[in-house]
Design a protein around this ligand. Sequence first.
Ligand code: SF4
Length: 325
Amino acid sequence: MPGLVRTVRTPEFAGLTFHEVRAKTALNRVPDASPMPFRWTINPYRGCSHQCVYCFARATHRYLDFDAGDDFDRQLVVKVNAPDVVRAEVGRRSWRRELVALGTNTDPYQRAEGRYALMPGIIRALGESATPISILTKGTLLRRDLPLLSEAAEHVAVDIAMSIAVFDDELQAAVEPGTPSTEARLATVRQAVERGFRVTVFLMPIMPWLTDSPEQLEHAVERIAASGATRVVFGALHLRPGAKEWFLAWIAREHPELEAGYRRFYDRSSSAPAAYRRQLGARLRPLLRRHGLDPRDDEDQPEVRRAARVAAAETLAPSPQPTLF
Ligand code: SF4
């Protein structure tokens, strides 16, 4: 593994292996051909201990000779020098202070961040260089950095989004076994709102027959509204290669009664059928408006498409250099 410093296992993170690397670069440039409005991402970690069964980034783990399943969840690459590298990169005279997105591929506030604390240095480097920041996470460790993000927000735009897909505790523990609870994530949204941030909740992926009934959606939207979030981005489950095999195996094991339906939806496509997505939008938009939430779906939401394209581009053309990711 290029740049490998050491490989670490510790009792506090049982089951996880950290491969500490010294990265040559940390800012990842989004391909020029992409229509995305931002050009830069940072992913201090590769692999993600949040272990979401549906995770779209799974295939990006393959080129390291890891697999997209268990290795993605447990063999984590940590760019231990990411804050220093970011500081050097954004300190260059050529740096144009374009928006940098964190959390577009793997979660910057996954459990490893409790050990390595890379985000404070990254946030400081971006804020002090007047670089706008966008963070998408499922991690409640975000709370630790809210004071820093508030400081940065005095000088630059700081956009915070929390991803919360499942509002049933049992299902959440099964499908996202490494994530903080839904309640803890809602509490994190509340804290960010109290600090003056306008927080977006990503209510996605919505999983057919598992989280999409009118009652489930109503319950989800009520709780999001009560957290003080401003806006909701929603979207049906996408299953790209890598995630698809892993998710369909999970469905066959945990919900065999749904396997035929999922195969009908996803065998030939990464997306749920258009009619299903339309129906979901027709169900959710009025509900969100009724609760005072600005509704966006991933069909018309540039940053979701952006994130998806970044992941897709990186999946299709993985760099031989892990440091570029
Ligand atoms: S938190 Fe995001 S990056 Fe991490 S496993 Fe879940 S979907 Fe993937």
